[in-house]
Each structure stands twice: as structure tokens, then as C-alpha cells.
Ligand binder design. Structure first.
Ligand code: ADP
Ligand code: MG
Length: 373
């Protein structure tokens, strides 16, 4: 058990049992000239192997189930699981894979009928899909109502790391936040302010904070309806570090570096070199760092420097480092630094929600499974 949550060991004897494993096989696909689809990265399939193998080595019959893309509750060949099934047959022969869960509207609607069909002939349930654990969908919350259930290895590791970060971080604990919108992350910013020793803000969201402090931000991306909220957050007793310089383009579209005051027509696309150095110092001096959201529009090499400096500091620091968020993880992978981070979460939305609320619908369901307590 981890924090009242069952692990594979809590399933008891799995020999000869049919075990439904909810995996996150939402892999990137490309469409070939002949219309067929091909997996471009099988990382998520390989990531599920420790759980699958733990079960098969002990004699279980494993049936995997996942969603893929966003079909609208009806079969849609573009989102067929077949390319995933083919790769799974190579990696884990003999393991079954159900068709895309979202081909049935009952999945997202958590319909009782759909759950009944899902668990028919199944003896036990394992959830290893952290990226979907914040959704109260049928395959996440349904099976633990009746079946002995457990977290798989991937889910258990996510929960262990993120709850430790939230509940018992080593101080100083700093959170580095960026990305496009403060409104997406307001809940987590407020929750983090309770537990961190300082917040570092970059990305497009820094302009809403800079505007709240009264700085002119030119034509940079910002959220006018969040300025008051940012002003309130800035009154917190915890230090909130904003960039002291900004890189972007001037009114003529030419690459330029500014201080905190952007001239009319200028657009900020990255934190400047002074801010990157200051943020790096903060990361190096911390004992725990959580990072979510790129510092700038890193997809454009001219505006990737701030994100790169933060990524390098995350790799260098002696602090315990955790990264959440799809684009932040992509940036780390692009810089080849992902294996130098203590934990890169596989769930963007789920990791933020777990940090904010301390629980997720998928975890709450497992806590109430018949084999717990
Ligand atoms: P994550 O997926 O890591 O949570 P987000 O989805 O919140 O991150 O934000 C990532 C996006 O934010 C990236 O596409 C990046 O280009 C964009 N972004 C970051 N800073 C800026 C900026 N200053 N101006 C415009 N876009 C930005
Ligand atoms: Mg994103």
C-alpha cells in the first residue's frame, strides 16, 4: 500500500486470473501515403511492460485497455488500436488489447452498462494510466467498484513522487512555472503557494504578472481577466520571482532584448539572459524543484534559451527534481536532458491536479476497492 492505495502485491494470487490493465497507450501516430497509420514513438507501450510482465510472470492472463486520440464515442478507423496491438504483440506476446475505449460513449460517460461489459470475464483490475487518472471515466473508476484492484508500477511511482512533493518536500522547495496561460494553472499556483518557499514565473504567463505589477508589456500574450488574480497572488507572503529581462521582437519584428518594460508594439517570447541566470541560481540553491511550463516559445530556436537554461539547471542541481507538463517534458527530451531529471511525469493535467488537490478520481476509486481496508 502507498497512502491507502493498493499496489500489485495487494492483489493476492494472480495465477490463472484474467486481469484488466488500464494502460495509457495514447501514442503519437502518423498517417502514411496509403492511409495506414504508424506509431512514431512506442515509449508509452514500453513503459507499461514492467506491470504487464509482473502479472504474466505470475501466471495472470493480461487484457490491456486504453483510449487513443479523441474519437467521438463511436468507432472511427483513424483511431483504431490496431497499430498499438501490433507493437504490443512484439513486445508482450500473448497479451490482449481491447479496441479503443472511446469508441463507446459509455467510456467518457462512465455508464454502468459499459463498465459491466468491460469487467465481464475479468477477475482483477490494475490501473497504470496516470495520464487519465484525473478523469472519472468508466475504465478508470468503474472496475474498482467490484473487482480487487491495484495501481500498476507507473501509476504507483507517479503517486509516490507527487504526493511526497506535495506533503513532505525538502526545503527550500521552489516551483518554476511557465507555459501559455495562468488561467490553466491557477489552481495549482494557489496550492503550490501554500507549500513552496518561492515561485519562479516565466513563459507567456509572466506578462499577466508583469502587467499586474504595472509594467508595460507591449503586445505580448497576456490574460486581461487574470490581472486582478495575479495582483492578489503577488501579495502572498512567499516570494514570486518574475523575469527581470525579456527577449522577443520589437515593433518592427526584429529580435530584441528588453528590461521589464516592453516598448509599444514589442512582443515578449522568452525570458532574457539575466532572468535565466537568476532562475538558474534559485534552482541550484533549492533542495526540491518542481517545473511545469516552458519559459518561452521554445519551439522557435531563437526563443528556446530561457527554457534550455532552466532545463540545464534542473539537470545540474543536487535538488530532487520533478517535471510535469507535456510541453515541458518535450522540451527536456529535445535538449536530451530528460534522463537527468529525478522524475518526469507522464501526465500533464493529472500531475497538476494531484499537486493541487492531493487526490484524483482514479485514486479515490482504488482506495475503495474490495481488497482494500
Ligand atoms: P506544459 O504542456 O508543459 O504544461 P503549456 O501547455 O502550459 O506547457 O505551455 C506551452 C506553450 O507555451 C508552448 O507551446 C510555448 O510555445 C508557449 N509559450 C511559452 N512562453 C510563451 C510566450 N512568451 N509567448 C508565446 N507562447 C509562449
Ligand atoms: Mg501543454
Amino acid at each position: 500500500m502507498i497512502d491507502g492505495l493498493p499496489t500489485l502485491e495487494d492483489l493476492g494470487d494472480v495465477d490463472g486470473r484474467r486481469v484488466l490493465v488500464r494502460t495509457d497507450f495514447n501514442v503519437p501516430l502518423e498517417t502514411l501515403a496509403d492511409g495506414s497509420r504508424r506509431i512514431t514513438d512506442d515509449f508509452r507501450i514500453r513503459a507499461a511492460l514492467p506491470t504487464i510482465q509482473w502479472l504474466t510472470e505470475r501466471g495472470a492472463e493480461v487484457v490491456c485497455a486504453s483510449h487513443l486520440g479523441r474519437p467521438k464515442g463511436a468507432p472511427d478507423t483513424r483511431y483504431s488500436m490496431e497499430p498499438v496491438a501490433a507493437r504490443l504483440r512484439e513486445l508482450a506476446p500473448g497479451v490482449e488489447l481491447l479496441e479503443n475505449l472511446r469508441f463507446d460513449a459509455g467510456e467518457e460517460g462512465d455508464s454502468g452498462d459499459f463498465v459491466t461489459r468491460l469487467v465481464s470475464g475479468i477477475d482483477m483490475y490494475v490501473d497504470d494510466a496516470f495520464g487519465a487518472a484525473h478523469r472519472a471515466h468508466a475504465s478508470i473508476v468503474g472496475p474498482p467498484r467490484t473487482l480487487p484492484s491495484a495501481m500498476g508500477r507507473l501509476l504507483a511511482r507517479e503517486v509516490e513522487v507527487l504526493l511526497e512533493l506535495r506533503n513532505h518536500p525538502k526545503h527550500p522547495f521552489v516551483a518554476v512555472l511557465g507555459g501559455s496561460k495562468i488561467s490553466d494553472k491557477l489552481g495549482v499556483v494557489e496550492a503550490l503557494l501554500e507549500v513552496v518557499d518561492g515561485l519562479v514565473i516565466g513563459g507567456a504567463m509572466c506578462f499577466t504578472f508583469l502587467a499586474a505589477r504595472g509594467y508595460p508589456i507591449g503586445d505580448s500574450l497576456f490574460e486581461p481577466d487574470q490581472v486582478d488574480t495575479c495582483r492578489r497572488l503577488l501579495e502572498s507572503s512567499k516570494p514570486i520571482h518574475l523575469p527581470e529581462d525579456i527577449t522577443g521582437v520589437d515593433a518592427d519584428g526584429a529580435y530584441a532584448t528588453f528590461g521589464r518594460r516592453l516598448p509599444p508594439g514589442a512582443k515578449g517570447f522568452d525570458i532574457g539572459p539575466g532572468s535565466a541566470a537568476a532562475f538558474s541560481d534559485i534552482i541550484m540553491d533549492a533542495r526540491t524543484v518542481f517545473w511545469n511550463g516552458p519559459m518561452g516559445m521554445f519551439e522557435d530556436e531563437r526563443f528556446a534559451k530561457g527554457t534550455r537554461t532552466v532545463a540545464e539547471s534542473m539537470a545540474e542541481t543536487k535538488a530532487f527534481t520533478v517535471v510535469g507538463g507535456g510541453d515541458s517534458a518535450a522540451a527536456l527530451a529535445q535538449f536530451g536532458l530528460d534522463d537527468r531529471i529525478d522524475h518526469v511525469s507522464t501526465g500533464g493535467g493529472a500531475s497538476l491536479e494531484l499537486l493541487e488537490l492531493g487526490d484524483l478520481p482514479g485514486l479515490a476509486a482504488l482506495r475503495k476497492a474490495p481488497n482494500v481496508g
